[in-house]
Design a protein around this ligand. Sequence first.
Ligand SMILES: NC(=O)c1ccc[n+]([C@@H]2O[C@H](COP(=O)([O-])OP(=O)(O)OC[C@H]3O[C@@H](n4cnc5c(N)ncnc54)[C@H](O)[C@@H]3O)[C@@H](O)[C@H]2O)c1
Length: 380
Amino acid sequence: MRSIHVALVGLGFGAEFIPIYLHHPGVASLTICDPDDRVLQEWGNRYQVERRARSLAEVLAASDIDAVHLVTPISLHVPQTLAALAVGKHCACTVPMATRIADLQAIVAAQRESGKNYMMMETQVYGREFLFAQQLVESGAIGKLQFLRGCHYQDDEGWPWYWKGLPPFWYGTHAIAPLLALAQTRAEKVHCFGTGTMRAELVQQYGNPYPMETAIFRLAGTDIAAEATRSLFHVGRDYQEGFYVYGERAVYEWPQVAGEEPVLFRIAPLEGLKGERGRPVTAERVRVPDYADRLPAEIRRFTTASVYDETNPHLSFLQGGGHGGSHPHLVHEFVQSILEGRPPRIDAVTAADWCAAGICAHESAIRDGALVMTPRFDEG
Ligand SMILES: NC(=O)c1ccc[n+]([C@@H]2O[C@H](COP(=O)([O-])OP(=O)(O)OC[C@H]3O[C@@H](n4cnc5c(N)ncnc54)[C@H](O)[C@@H]3O)[C@@H](O)[C@H]2O)c1
């Protein structure tokens, strides 16, 4: 297979991926899909996309379309993913894969049954800060991993209806995925507390009383614990999706304020200690490389801030720079995994592990911090 036909479904955040698919050398054609005709025509005209569909059913009925990328509201992820796999299409889906364990299991089973690729498009593990941290871990610069911490603070007042009162860890992957990806394992068990007060109106939809949750996970097969904290309402913190890596030799900390650079602490070797109390530690702000060189030349520019399509020189839509330049990396991994006939890096089992950690954390919070064991998905 040298190229594939792709459909992009849901053109809110999803519109950011239009020019990337249009320019990816492994994509033969792009179909865009949204039931909102104004949105569909606006994006279609702006990027001169000929193939436009008003429903997923139309996309799934098109026999030449190989793969769909879903960027639709959360409650649609499960039925749409199952529908795409059922008709033999590869499926990428934005986060979260699902918000119930049974649905994660259903998608893992459907993926196996179909033999097609499933990939969850987790932006945090393809951002340049993550790719840099991954190099620090793999090169040994961090030393033995001792602890990991992740966070995602966001104020979701005024967002579409399905966000209203959402349990924080049902959308926990941005805080949790980098930790599990760096440790290359799953969360085995979790204790989590809900914290703070949420106004009654927000509790109704999901029965979730917590604006914020904080969880501590034991990572399977390791001696490492990882902590993650997530807020969605009633917390006066500016937006942040970050992670912190604590190793025996060095520590990598996410910048406190957006726009700053991350900090790398390095501690002197034990051998140098000659009777003093504690070892010297250096702190350095690090300029993280962009990693666009890992991408085909045609889509490298989509890792950086303002992206304009040459056919639309007056475009004012900024994209790509958000989420650490991850969008073209995600598209590339999804497309290449299909072309190369291999599972994508964030396959169904990996995605289920990352989402299950958050779902189990919320269950623990509802039970006032009780121990919750996470299910396995790799034993089907
Ligand atoms: N960093 C990230 O990974 C990240 C960031 C933002 C959003 N998201 C995810 O992306 C998804 C979409 O977010 P959003 O802010 O664009 O949401 P949104 O609700 O603003 O827009 C979703 C779009 O999907 C369309 N849509 C609705 N029903 C549809 C259907 N049945 N078939 C096809 N399209 C349909 C809507 O018309 C709309 O254009 C959410 O699930 C969210 O979790 C992920």
